[in-house]
Design a protein around this ligand. Structure first.
Ligand SMILES: *[C@@H]1O[C@H](CO)[C@@H](O)[C@H](O)[C@H]1NC(C)=O
Ligand SMILES: *[C@@H]1O[C@H](CO)[C@@H](O)[C@H](O)[C@H]1NC(C)=O
Ligand SMILES: *[C@@H]1O[C@H](CO)[C@@H](O)[C@H](O)[C@H]1NC(C)=O
Length: 478
């Protein structure tokens, strides 16, 4: 029945035909395009047909029924569209576009009221990168975006969006690759105020940027020294760029007991089949577990003041490219002079420091124990130093010193003081008196004991005298 209606409709439409404005759509090979009919027509009044050149592809009837053309003289031509067309409502979707599918699509709407044709120009957009990813920083990178020029129309406007989403109006033919180029680039083609986008992934093997501010930790906190390669770059790709060595070095702070400027090799990465860190002088640091995912960070449970310094993560390639990132580690520490075990009345100095001059944008805040005699802390003193001329037992307990950068607490250090009460004069007097009394009592006791003993001795001697001169009369009488 459809075959009978069709010629009649075409005949009718020839009489009342109008042509709509053309649309230009840009796509890359392999992408998908959705062709939507002009919206000003009610589709329960119009039959809709989609054509590619002269080939009918699909139809949509006034009851919402849809289908694809299966009958044509040129079977081979139709075969090329098999599995690529789908209907979504009244829109036609063409997926996995191939070279031969770029061209002009026509949407024909027909009804008794007239005929309407709209042309859709599917044009090819091609983004290319040379040389292919991944790159090393310093290598030349060229990105091109070619947009097919529509016939009888002006050249489309082209601009780029970098991986950070920033607009770049004119892209030079070539640039020197850096880690900032790593990520997804978008070429935006604008024609008649309609945008088409094409994406391309650029991979630059680089170490992630060093942290924006140095690492701040304290003797009572853990230490993490970050370094990584972007997670979308695999070790296979890094190895393919002929990586030679990966290692961590430590440059102690000049004021440390170690010789300044004398670096220590902490770890070297064994680049064999299985990646493993080979410790050298590990200084209590351990590599984190995410090495296979590109995480080269080092950690330690508790930082020490001798951990202060610069940690350098280095990656060397055989073509001479060396990547490195420096992480400055600061350890906040409270030093008590003369010590942490004190007797009330002693003078005490508490110093909170990073072991070097405090940068001017950082502030220190002290938190003495609640019952401390020093509360409230006066503001006119040196912020790094707490001086107590005479400590009291209330000053014992936990003292906290915090390091702040405007509204951010960077780290805090804690020290625990033990303060024994001092013996007072009255206590001394009492102790002395008691000692004297006890001594006197002892003397008296000794005296009494001696007297007793003397008396006993005399008594004994008396009895012994009797024995020495016995009166034998009685013994011999029997
Ligand atoms: C690396 O590991 C550390 C410690 O587990 C973690 O804090 C850090 O976020 C990781 N870095 C990346 C880039 O995954
Ligand atoms: C880090 O690399 C830069 C240049 O790539 C180099 O000048 C510097 O000496 C390197 N630093 C270390 C500690 O190796
Ligand atoms: C505390 O510091 C002052 C100077 O700020 C110094 O004169 C004093 O000797 C120090 N006391 C102790 C116990 O370190």
């Amino acid at each position: 029945m459809w075959n009978l209606i069709q010629p009649a409709l075409i005949l009718l439409s020839v009489l009342m035909s109008t042509t709509g404005a053309d649309e230009v759509v840009y796509r890359q090979v392999g992408e998908t395009v959705t062709l939507t009919p002009p919206q000003e027509f009610s589709l329960n009044e119009y039959y809709m047909y989609w054509y590619f050149g002269g080939l009918e592809l699909a139809w949509h009837n006034t009851h919402g029924g849809t289908g694809f053309n299966t009958e044509t003289k040129d079977e081979q031509e139709l075969q090329k569209w098999k599995g690529k067309l789908t209907w979504s409502g009244d829109s036609l979707i063409i997926s996995d576009i191939r070279e031969e599918q770029f061209g002009t699509f026509t949407c024909k709407l027909t009804s008794s009221k007239g005929k309407r044709e709209t042309e859709y120009k599917l044009l090819k957009l091609q983004v290319t990168m040379n040389p292919p990813s991944p790159l090393l920083p310093g290598e030349r990178l060229s990105l091109t975006c070619d947009a097919e020029r529509p016939q009888n129309s002006k050249q489309p406007e082209i601009h780029w969006l970098n991986p950070q989403g920033e607009r770049i109006n004119s892209w030079p033919r070539e640039v020197t690759a850096t880690g900032r180029h790593n990520g997804e680039w978008t070429c935006v083609v604008t024609h008649n105020n309609k945008e088409s986008r094409a994406k391309i992934k650029v991979m630059v093997v680089d170490l992630s940027p060093a942290p924006a501010r140095p690492v701040y930790t304290s003797k009572s906190s853990p230490l993490t020294i970050p370094c990584s390669i972007p997670s979308d770059i695999t070790w296979e790709q890094v190895k393919a760029k002929s990586v030679q060595e990966v290692h961590w070095d430590f440059f102690p702070n000049p004021d440390s007991s170690l010789i300044p400027g004398d670096p220590q090799r902490l770890f070297s990465l064994s680049l064999a089949e299985k990646l493993t860190w080979q410790p050298d002088k590990n200084r209590g640091l351990t590599p984190v577990s995410g090495l296979t995912k590109g995480n080269l960070s080092l950690i330690k449970n508790k930082a020490k003041e001798e951990d202060r310094g610069d940690y350098v993560c280095t990656m060397k390639f055989s073509n001479g490219v060396t990547l490195n990132r420096t992480v400055q580690v600061n350890v906040l520490q409270i030093i008590s002079s003369p010590g942490t075990d004190l007797i009330s009345g002693q003078q005490l100095n508490l110093t909170c420091s990073l072991g070097r001059l405090l940068p001017s944008d950082l502030q220190l805040k002290w938190f003495p124990p609640e019952q401390s005699s020093l509360l409230p802390l006066t503001s006119d003193r040196d912020p790094a130093l707490v001086n107590i001329p005479e400590v009291g037992t209330g000053d014992g307990g936990k003292w906290r010193c915090e390091l702040w950068q405007s509204t951010t607490r960077l780290t805090s250090a804690v020290i625990t003081l033990k303060i024994e009460p001092k013996l007072s004069v009255w206590m001394l007097v009492i102790i002395c008196s008691v000692t004297v009394i006890v001594f006197l009592l002892l003397l008296i006791l000794v005296f009494i004991l001696c007297r007793r003993r003397q008396r006993k001795m005399r008594h004994l001697r008396h009895r012994l005298c009797h024995c020495k001169n016995p009166k034998p009369k009685g013994f011999y009488r029997t």
